[in-house]
Design a protein around this ligand. Structure first.
Ligand code: PLP
Length: 434
């Protein structure tokens, strides 16, 4: 299987290059050359499959079997998908797919656990060439998942860039207390600054020469493939084509849903639910895509002013905005609306929506009322409410119990390096650590 750059279909690489380079040399994102839908009979057969079984088949279909064999896909998926994925009926035809039962309590565990195992597999034969440096910018949740996913993995060193003062207390501890092969940089800026520094590092020829750089952000295709799996699993479980509402920031999650649909998963459509950062919504209405500096909100993992996977969405639909709008319904909501939603859903159902998931819920409701839709809807619960205690109204937050994986986090073990949002400073840091 070959992978092409969204900026130039003629620029093609193999799986190893696509995953380890993360970003194409022309700045585009990699896409699989062929996305061959599974046959209807296959989907029927898969109804009883386990999550790792389904995942291994989808990984092989999207990433090929020329470099990683079916048997190895199976092993990677057995290791990566080792936590539950509950689909809960919460109210009427509204379901919640809980994606937060992994080690960092956010959906990013799916991508990070899969990516870490795949990276380790792909660079195995290069171990003698030294260490692979994984760079990751985080608005909060990616860093925790990547830290947990890569902790102690041989031959890999992780550098996490997080925006100072813009991640929750627990998120911060997940980034700064791991130690071992995980380093945290506290950037005096926004998430976009962090993402920008990482992108610049990939475009810097000197760094590229001296270090084996790879990215764990959702620019990396290996983050998206394992996420396509839970859409497929839920679609099979619910047994009728449903609408998925996706709390979105960088649009990796939504892109993964589109990949699942492209493979033939029975999915009716998607809601792209954003917070006050909504360049996607504006584009869907006007055709003009105008990135802006990110605005801080309570759903901080969605504070993205320039969503990187937008390029992949355009590519999947050959830039046809009307078709994209046919499959993806765009919405956005404020912090206040999200808080109101959390309160009222809790009053009615006793289910706790953290701020990102609340925006997903609002998106589904908006879609129902605008499109007169009464069928099945699935809101993706992207994080455990305990991660966002500060942003949840007190009456609702009282009963929240910390998941086990987060109970041992200890502020005494915090360790990080402060950094200005300046590429030369970042470069100097990376170089001095070699
Ligand atoms: C990362 C994240 C999002 C946004 O996902 P994208 O793939 O960047 O669109 C939403 N909610 C939570 C809790 C997240 O951690």
């Amino acid at each position: 299987m070959q992978f092409y750059s969204t900026r130039n279909p003629a620029l093609k690489v193999n799986l190893k290059q696509a995953i380890l380079q993360s970003l194409a040399s022309d700045g585009g994102l990699f896409m699989p050359e062929h996305i061959e839908p599974f046959k209807a009979e296959w989907w029927i057969e898969m109804k009883e499959a386990s999550l790792p079984e389904l995942a291994a088949e989808m990984a092989a279909q999207l990433l090929g079997t020329d470099i990683i064999s079916n048997r190895t896909w199976r092993r990677i998926c057995e290791e990566a998908f080792n936590f539950p994925l509950p689909l809960k009926k919460v109210e009427g035809n509204n379901y919640i797919l809980e994606l937060f039962h992994g080690p960092s309590a956010a959906f990013k565990d799916f991508g990070a656990r899969f990516l870490s195992r795949l990276t380790s597999e792909l660079q195995k034969e290069d171990l003698n060439n030294g260490i692979t440096d994984v760079l990751v910018a985080t608005s909060g949740d990616t860093g925790g998942a990547v830290a947990a996913g890569f902790l102690g993995v041989e031959g890999i060193r992780v550098t996490i860039l997080f925006p100072k003062g813009k991640v929750s207390a627990l998120q911060r501890l997940q980034l700064t207390t791991q130690g071992q092969n995980i380093r945290a940089l506290e950037v005096a800026g926004t998430f976009d600054d962090c993402q920008d520094l990482v992108k610049k590092a990939f475009n810097d020829s000197e760094l590229q020469q001296k270090l084996n750089l790879t990215s764990a952000n959702s620019i990396n295709l290996a983050r998206l493939v394992p996420q396509a799996v839970y859409y497929a699993k839920a679609a099979l479980e619910i047994g009728e084509a449903a609408v998925f509402s996706v709390p979105s920031g960088n649009f990796g999650n939504l892109c993964a849903g589109l990949l699942a649909q492209r493979l033939g998963a029975p999915i009716k459509g998607f809601v792209a639910a954003n917070n006050t950062n909504h360049p996607y919504f504006d584009w869907a209405h006007s055709g003009k895509f105008e990135p802006h500096p990110s605005i801080a909100t309570s759903s901080n993992a969605m504070d993205v002013g320039n969503p990187s996977n937008f390029a992949r969405i355009l590519d999947l639909f050959h830039n046809d905005r009307l078709i994209i709008n046919h499959y993806v319904y765009p919405t956005w909501f404020t912090d206040k609306q999200a808080e109101q939603c959390t309160l009222s859903v809790f009053e009615r159902t006793h289910y706790v929506l953290e701020p990102h998931t609340a925006i997903g819920w609002l998106g589904l409701e908006k879609y129902r009322s605008q499109e007169d839709f009464e069928g099945l809807g699935i809101v993706l619960a992207t994080a455990h409410p305990a991660k966002f205690l500060e942003a949840i109204p007190k009456v609702v937050a009282q009963g929240i119990i910390l998941p086990e994986s987060m109970q041992g986090l200890n502020a005494d073990k915090e360790h990080f390096t402060p950094l200005l949002p300046d590429f030369n400073a970042f470069k100097a840091y990376l170089m001095s650590q070699t």
